[in-house]
Design a protein. Structure first.
Length: 126
């Protein structure tokens, strides 16, 4: 009789362990699914952030290009002065590479026609 009780106790213990194993397996599957969902969401958020950064950088470069009329004039002059003649090419090269180089962009100096303080201008979306 004693060994029958021992067998019954071991069978109950085995059932309890199998039940815990099943629960643990289900929890593992749930966690893997949640991880995959979070990983996918993070991937899409990162991709969206990179796209937003690229758009903002492009807009920033366009604003810099539009706000620097000296470089626009030099770009236009170089485009207009392109010809097949070597003397014209040398003149165009000396215009852009010689003494008439556009001054560096000074972002800390506000244009005269800008009435908004720089703090407000930084938060405007273009």
């Amino acid at each position: 009789m004693k060994w029958q009780e021992e067998v019954r106790r071991l069978e109950d213990q085995k059932k309890a362990v199998e039940f815990k194993l099943l629960e643990t397996d289900q929890e593992l599957k749930r966690l893997k699914a949640e991880y995959a969902k979070l990983e996918t969401r993070t991937f899409h958020e990162i991709r969206q952030c990179k796209q937003t950064i690229a758009v903002l950088q492009q807009q920033s470069q366009e604003q810099i290009h539009l706000s620097n009329p000296t470089s626009n004039m030099l770009d236009n002059a170089n485009v207009l002065n392109i010809s097949a003649s070597s003397s014209d090419r040398d003149y165009g090269a000396s215009l852009s590479g010689g003494g008439l180089v556009a001054p560096p962009l000074l972002s800390h100096i506000r244009p005269l026609w800008d009435d908004e303080p720089p703090e407000v201008r930084l938060h405007i979306k273009y």
